[in-house]
Design a protein around this ligand. Structure first.
Ligand SMILES: [Zn+2]
Length: 437
């Protein structure tokens, strides 16, 4: 009877269109009444510029109930002693591919789509999600499955149901380009090969594709604004734009109408300009941002997710313009920082091998490129929560937020690479990693 009622409540949530809340309602989190006190040697809360020493964080169930400087934990409460550690909010990576395992060359990519089944790829996706969590990433925005249809929705659901360990996820499912503008390409026309995205043509086709992806669980709509990146005599990185303006606007308009937001892959200046004209919410990569486009992205309040790690990682393997594009992005980053563009942490993990490289490497680039360590941390915590629309739930260590907490042994403000050596991970009040000495 009780279970029946529970299901009815979930059904009601789904009916009301708040499936994400329903998924969390089902999550096997800490028992609702369990109380934990965390003693933090140094606390970086994700919001303030100041570090609080000897902080006491009280947690009930999956939620932080209070944060204070000093003080004693109430009697009878389990105490986690992190007094020798720096404690931070769980990290958030807003551009990942849990279903992908490196694609430096076109060959790597084709093998995954042609020789691996979608169930096999989903199993690796669950493994990659666990790797991310153990590296301190308690939230991911996963930006398309690269040919694995809606398998990201399944990975997200299995995590939310407590079946496998992993971060909280928002997912983009299949992504979109017009016909013929994304791999797999180059095979005989006699063969029916899988495509890395959903091919979408025309204004009606765009609206239908958005509706379909939302029906099957996409939290975000992603489309590829451009391809074929090349430098021209003006020194600007140009590209070929994929969709007509009418098609791109239809994707954005239909997504917004259904309460979803849109991420655009846009590398060249032409692709970035087209995505901004269409009204997207986030620009992914953005290597070719010109001064005028930086002004526009700042004025419109669009988020920029630079994914520097993947560019630096694949450049040697891909050759061509990729090295020059990495250099160009560094300059754009420094200009965007000065103009207060909302730069949010995103790595493109999956574009590089999850097992070889810790996605926290991205923090190091942001500091090398001119952010303070505190700004870099905020880009992966409070700024990221704003991009995800979860500002009231994650991204800072404050009363009322979910208890997503990580700890490192050194001082990340002195050495940002400390964030690649996370020793403790809690998500929703449950400890997933504890390597304290
Ligand atoms: Zn990507």
């Amino acid at each position: 009877m009780r279970r029946c009622f529970h299901l009815m409540v979930i059904a009601a949530f789904v009916f009301m269109g708040v499936t994400i809340s329903a998924a969390y309602a089902q999550e096997k989190a800490a028992p609702p009444s369990k109380k934990i006190a965390v003693r933090a040697g140094h606390l970086i809360d994700g919001r303030s510029d100041k570090v609080t020493d000897n902080a006491l964080i009280l947690i009930e169930g999956d939620t932080i109930t209070s944060v204070s400087s000093g003080g004693q934990p109430p009697a009878g409460v389990e105490v986690l002693d992190l007094s020798q550690y720096t404690v931070l909010p769980g990290f958030m990576d807003t551009h990942t591919h849990v279903i992908l395992n490196g694609d430096i060359t076109a060959e790597d990519y084709d093998v995954q789509l042609l020789k691996q089944s979608i169930p096999y790829r989903a199993i690796l996706g669950a493994r990659n999600a666990r790797i991310a969590l153990e590296h301190g990433f308690t939230t991911l925005r996963d930006l398309e499955t690269e040919g694995a249809m809606y398998a990201d929705v399944d990975v997200k659901t299995a995590i939310a149901n407590g079946e496998v360990p992993g971060p909280r996820m928002q997912v983009a499912a299949r992504a979109m380009t017009p016909t013929g503008m994304y791999p797999l390409l180059g095979y005989s026309w006699e063969l029916k090969v899988p495509t890395g995205v959903q091919y979408v043509d025309g204004v009606d086709g765009a609206r239908k594709a958005v509706r379909e992806q939302v029906m099957y669980g996409a939290d975000w709509i992603k489309y590829y604004s451009d391809r074929k990146y090349h430098f021209e005599a003006d020194g600007v990185l140009h590209s070929m734009v994929n969709f007509t303006d009418e098609e791109a606007k239809a994707i954005v308009d239909e997504s917004h109408r259904l309460g979803k937001r849109v991420a655009a892959h846009a590398i060249g200046s032409d692709g970035i300009a087209a995505a901004l004209r269409a009204g997207v919410d986030t620009i992914e990569h953005g290597d070719g941002l010109t001064d005028a486009l930086i002004d526009e992205i700042a004025r419109k309040g669009v988020y920029w997710v630079p994914t520097i790690t993947v560019g630096a990682y694949v450049a040697p393997g891909r050759g061509g313009n990729w090295t020059r594009m990495v250099d160009l992005e560094r300059v754009a980053f420094q200009k965007a920082l000065k103009k207060n563009v909302k730069i949010v942490f995103g790595t493109d993990a999956g574009g590089f091998d999850w097992k070889e490289l810790n996605q926290a490497k991205e923090f190091e680039y942001y500091v090398q490129y001119g952010m303070t360590p505190m700004q870099a941390i905020r880009s992966a915590t409070s700024m990221a929560s704003e991009l995800l629309g979860w500002k009231d739930k994650v991204g800072t260590i404050e009363a009322g937020k979910w208890a997503d907490i990580v700890a490192v042994s050194g001082d990340p403000l002195k050495d940002i690479s400390e964030l690649s050596r996370v020793k403790f991970v809690m998500k929703g009040g449950v400890v997933y990693k504890s390597e304290m000495h």
